[in-house]
Design a protein. Sequence first.
Length: 243
Amino acid sequence: MTDAARYARQIVMPAIGEAGQRLIGDSRVVIIGLGGLGNPAATYLAGAGVGTLELVDHDAVALSNLHRQFLFRDTDLGRPKAEVATERLTDYNPDIDVRAHVTRLDESVFDALLPGAAAVLDCTDNFPTRFAINAACARHRVPLILGAAIGVQGQLGIFRHDLPSAGCYRCLFDETGEAAEACEDAGVLGPVVGMIGAWQAFETLRLLIEDGEAGSRWLHFAPETRTIRAHEIPPDPACPIHA
Ligand SMILES: [Zn+2]
């Protein structure tokens, strides 16, 4: 920690304190996807002083991203999201180490980034990628914080792959299940992805300061009716991840 004043308003919280701030500063967190979820999640984790952020995204900034992806400007169009986000977040908090990975996901990326990571944030937007990230987190025993938002609905998964008897994303959803609606078709609102991305950051900080529950959780959030449903996910004996 090089600048206690920067984090004073969170260090003063009893749940964090100087010990919690040290845990946050010593942590390395992997954020996959720098879109509408990844923008707020990465920004709040950078602000909180997470020591190392690995930003993974192969995509480039497009004009249709800008209404919800506030790290990007018109002058960034066509540039890799991970690179632009790394520049902006390094500027935002020069204390921390932000690393850009402009690459598609494969096993070599997981094998390079996941060992020793404190958490992985899934901020992507499609089912095959989510299953691949879930399997990789299980293999490397890294907790996974998954966000999803479409239209005016949001979902959040906290999967404790670091614990022996916690359920996972594959326990909840079958890989042969229905195809996801895409953002392009269903639309997405900035504040809705913003809330879910910020919530991912919140749950990540809880994990880093060792304040999380000892189990997996799934939450469904409907901002229109201001309702949140949450339940625990026990491991499904039929899930191949736990076989
Ligand atoms: Zn499972």
